[in-house]
Design a protein around this ligand. Sequence first.
Ligand SMILES: [Mn+2]
Length: 346
Amino acid sequence: MTRPDPRDFARALPEEGRLVLTTHRHPDPDGLGAMVGIEYLLKTRFGIAADFVLEGRIRRAENLAMREILGIDALPKGGVDPAQYAGVVVVDAQPGFSHTHPPGALPVLAVIDHHRGSEEAAPEDVPFFWVAPDYGATSTMVWDLLRAFDLEPDERTATALFCGVRYDTNNLLREAGPRDEEAFRELERRANRRMVAEIDQPPLPRHWFVQMHEAIETCRLSGGLVLTLLGEVRSPETVAEVADWFMRLDGAEWSLAGGACDGVYQVSLRTDLPGADAYPTLRAILDGEGACGGHGRMAGGQLRLDGADLEEVRERLRGRARSVLAVGDAPEEPLIPPVPSTPRNR
Ligand SMILES: [Mn+2]
């Protein structure tokens, strides 16, 4: 378990000037939580102000609620004037990832992330590069960094970090190590319970049910594989949500979901097979197409459509998923058996 040296982090920071904090496109609670934690550390310990850059729509109800309830503001798209900033800190993502685009023209000063994916060594031009896949959440890493500085998070910061740890580790059930366990317990005590509950159970818009209805109709089962390759979706977050949702199906061992958004076919893979690793599995399913990253039981990837036929892309993924996950000749059956049409008005 790598632990951060606070002096290394301190050395990476500028003498003066504001910083930009960013994460992967379509930020999730772990990315948002880690950003709030780093913002707090910069402000309280170093007197450095920071602005958030959030790329991609946030549509998942829980993520929207987290932004709203915690008052997480971000610069408008394209609102970064490089002259105003000394550098960028990237959390829960790495600059080399296809879904991560730190504002150009600014040096990346620090990267804090728990994803695997960039197998090469730390880039020399990033002064603080801490990538630790043995952490279940980047928010746990930020908690450890705060502790390394003997900093006690305030209630808002603790609530944000707690949400990050609990969603990324699914309440410590997914890829959580002893560090995540400690962070979860310590942050839970400091977090605002009412806010946590409001973020956990937000009102769901009607289109959420429409999307899930479509997912139920699209879902196909083959042995332990649950395959839900949708057409156009409102946001890539939908794809992750669908993959998570169908993982709950009794008997599901792998859940692969996909959906097209902004010219990209987004895929999410989940597994709960003991010892299974979602990332290499998704890499094999993508078979050199697009890019992917992940850790432990979850992985995500993107495939540029570039005008390709959506039906063909879905068919290719379906075929490769079946062969990589060795479902063999297991028949494909719909999740919901077709409803026999009942004659009406008789
Ligand atoms: Mn994460």
